[in-house]
Design a protein around this ligand. Sequence first.
Ligand SMILES: Nc1nc2c(ncn2[C@@H]2O[C@H](COP(=O)(O)OP(=O)(O)OP(=O)(O)O)[C@@H](O)[C@H]2O)c(=O)[nH]1
Length: 189
Amino acid sequence: MEDYDYLFKIVLIGNAGVGKTCLVRRFTQGLFPPGQGATIGVDFMIKTVEIKGVKVKIWDTAGQERFRSITQSYYRSANALILTYDITCEESFRCLPEWLREIEQYANSQVLTILVEVHQQRAEEFAEAQSMLYLETSAKESDNVEKLFLDLACQLIREAKQNTLDNNESSPMPGEGKNINYLSCCSTN
Ligand SMILES: Nc1nc2c(ncn2[C@@H]2O[C@H](COP(=O)(O)OP(=O)(O)OP(=O)(O)O)[C@@H](O)[C@H]2O)c(=O)[nH]1
């Protein structure tokens, strides 16, 4: 018997090198990895968050175009998508509309999307225009990383309680069996 009430699937997406892996490693392991190599395909990490009975499964996807067909297959059963952008990389900002098209095409229509690691005003405006949640983070300084995942978990719990999330049994992540316990209970008390 698993010791959690909620299990949420969170997938990080965004251009190569914007800091997805560092964000996940900061959150799951509390460290900023030196010399982080590019992600190949998809990496998986799991963490019990500091909300009673909640676990988050995190998929860190490769930003490189050549892995796109692999990573797209992980969108469908995600409860939340973290769309990352790097303040120092103009290209990663310009690609945001493209990522939103990907989300529209491959993700569940109920998916919660948050735009992160954006420090410029225009990005805040972009998130607002798309009705997206928005947060600035730094994996290196450990700014807002815990808050990002905890806020997402809280929002997902609220939505789950309103029964707005799909029952995901019909669309497990690639390679998963049907035994993943998704939203197995409706109480966090
Ligand atoms: N200064 C600073 N550098 C960061 C931060 N997060 C990531 N980096 C650097 O950005 C580079 C890329 O980080 P990754 O986490 O590997 O990027 P990624 O988005 O996972 O890249 P792919 O796996 O290729 O998609 C690394 O050299 C990190 O050290 C941050 O918060 N601050």
